[in-house]
Design a protein around this ligand. Structure first.
Ligand code: F6P
Length: 548
């Protein structure tokens, strides 16, 4: 990253704290201006972002935009569309925007025309998905493919799983996902499949991720046990990876390998070849439409002025919430069953990207980076954790997402869903004050003392900031735009915090130690284990599971 600014040393940072000290409550802000929804509603491709229930005002927004400018966002957002070196700790370019660039654009990175490489890969994806969907691609016994299983984890799982689930029933083969190393997953899935009619995708940028390797080996053994001859495995496996030699070692010819590139981070890869399950299940056209939606958001992010830019404002307001107002977590609340997996997807995107303790130059960060993100679909959450949100003590911000047009014809259901979404957002903002409840109870005949106690239990502080994203619908274009919106939000926040949003060194130690512990569990030799508790757990596990 090119930024040298430590945001906390900027006079704008102090100015933001000053605003926070003087700012009235959200209810007061809303009461003082009944046109806030006009001032703070931003149009972006396939959606509108209503930021009027954020606890901010025009002065705050102006200073936040100025902070982004001071951090060099204007230049940086353009660099995201050209050869750059944003991933400094791995000396890599960051170019997920090239995945959905228009054919004919040219971005040369490491001597490669990235857009041309993407177009070639898209042509191969189209060919492969058409062949499978039309039955031209056949399994070992000559029968068409009926099920597709994506073997992959993290970014090689969450994006395609989100989109496939959001698009509903497939128009082609059924698509399944095998991610976890927990044998329960493979044990539950495999018996449901006909080995002669199933295509497995090994989706792994590195082709070295343990979970994926172990699951792939289990599946290969399962296929062989069920009579698929080794030379025919190529009819049942394709891979997506940057690592051609490792895929070849697994026994896959290059024809069965779709490319991926170092300049696509795992968690930014759903619009790459990693999206193959989408094309297989829903057709290549659906995948192209996803790309078109993402491209529209890319262009909006690149070209719209910062003060009217959806991803920029979303990033800034959440930075304000967390770093200045002190929210501790961010709830993502899609009011859409189709977006069930969005919180899971965003957890990786945001928390793996921006959960960093040092700036790009290695110096410690000086403010809280990354965001504890969680959530699930409404209205289910209302009957689970909204009690804590309404009356608990932990400060949070929320993001509601409501598609205006659902993917079904049950209008009454959708009206109720929208009503509850709007109601929750209003109650988060305004709460309910004790005095009015008390007065109401007294008017109904309760004694003043009893009404005071009852009102204390029923009052809600409100003042919880939220954004409402009104998505046009659940079409692939809208999903692509929603995904790109969040990718760019993460980029903006990382830029301002001065961190590298594109590496993930923090997950490495656990992987290494996991391997050492696995060896000790298998052999009983714990000489390489340095922690007494871990040594005891290994002994206990071996004794209790009969490994001894
Ligand atoms: O969990 C770390 C991670 O490297 C993620 O960043 C990545 O998306 C995931 O593992 C899977 O990696 P791969 O696609 O290389 O198997």
């Amino acid at each position: 990253m090119t930024t040298a600014l430590d945001p906390t040393t900027s006079p704008l940072w102090s100015s933001l704290h000053e605003h926070a000290r003087r700012l009235p409550s959200l209810a007061q802000l809303l009461d003082a201006d009944d046109r806030r929804h006009e001032t703070f509603r931003v149009a972006a491709p396939r959606m509108q972002l209503d930021l009027s229930r954020q606890r901010w005002n025009a002065d705050v927004q102006r200073d936040l935009v100025a902070l982004a400018e001071a951090a060099g966002l204007d230049a940086a957002r353009r660099q995201l569309f050209t050869a750059n070196r944003f991933n400094v700790s791995e000396d890599r370019a960051v170019l997920h925007t090239a995945l959905r660039a228009a054919a004919g654009d040219r971005i040369v990175v490491d001597g490669m025309d990235a857009v041309a490489a993407v177009q070639d890969a898209l042509a191969r994806m189209r060919e492969l998905s058409d062949a499978v969907r039309t039955g031209t691609w056949r399994g070992a016994t000559g029968r068409a493919i009926r099920d597709v299983v994506n073997i992959g984890i993290g970014g090689s799982f969450l994006g395609p799983a989100l989109v496939c689930d959001a698009l509903g029933p497939t128009s082609g083969p059924q698509v399944h996902f095998l991610a976890n190393i927990d044998g329960e997953e493979a044990t539950r899935l495999l018996p449901r499949l006909d080995p002669t009619r199933t295509l497995f995708i090994i989706a792994s940028k590195s082709f070295g991720t343990l979970e994926t390797q172990v699951n792939a080996r289990t599946v290969r053994a399962w296929l062989l046990e069920r009579g698929i001859a080794t030379p025919d495995l190529r009819r049942h496996f394709v891979a997506i990876s940057t690592n051609v030699p490792a895929a070849a070692d697994f026994g896959l010819p290059e024809d069965n390998l779709l490319p991926l590139w170092d300049w696509v981070g795992g968690r930014y890869s759903v619009t790459s070849t990693i999206g193959l399950p989408i094309a297989l299940g829903h057709g290549f056209r659906a995948f192209e439409r996803l790309l078109a939606g993402a491209r529209a958001m890319d262009e909006h992010f690149r070209d719209a002025q910062l003060a009217a830019n959806g991803p920029v404002l979303l990033a800034l307001v959440e930075l304000w919430n967390q770093n200045i107002l002190g929210t501790e977590s961010h709830a993502v609340l899609p009011y859409a069953r189709a977006l069930d997996l969005l919180p899971d997807y965003l957890q990786q995107l945001e928390m793996e990207s921006n959960g960093k303790g040092v700036r790009s130059d290695g110096a410690p960060v000086t403010t809280r980076t990354g965001t504890v993100l969680w959530g699930n679909v409404g209205t289910n959450g209302q009957h689970a954790y909204h009690q804590l949100l309404h009356q608990g003590t932990a400060p949070f911000s929320a993001e509601f997402i409501l598609p205006l047009h659902p993917g079904h014809a049950l209008a009454e259901h959708h009206r109720w869903l929208a009503a509850h979404c709007f109601a929750q957002a209003e109650v988060f903002a305004r709460g309910r004050d004790r005095t009015s409840i008390q007065a109401e109870l007294e008017a109904r005949g309760m004694t003043a003392a009893a009404a005071r106690t009852a009102a204390a239990h029923r009052a809600m502080p409100g003042n919880h900031p939220s954004t409402l994203i009104l998505l046009d619908d659940l079409a692939p274009e809208s999903l692509g735009a929603l995904i790109a919106l969040h990718e760019h939000k993460v980029f903006v926040q990382g830029m301002i915090w001065g961190i590298n949003s594109f590496d993930q060194w923090g997950v490495e130690l656990g992987k290494v130690l996991g391997t050492t512990i696995h060896d000790a569990l298998a052999s009983g030799d714990d000489a390489a284990i340095h922690d007494a508790t871990t040594r005891d757990l290994i002994a206990l596990f071996r004794a209790r599971t009969g490994s001894n």
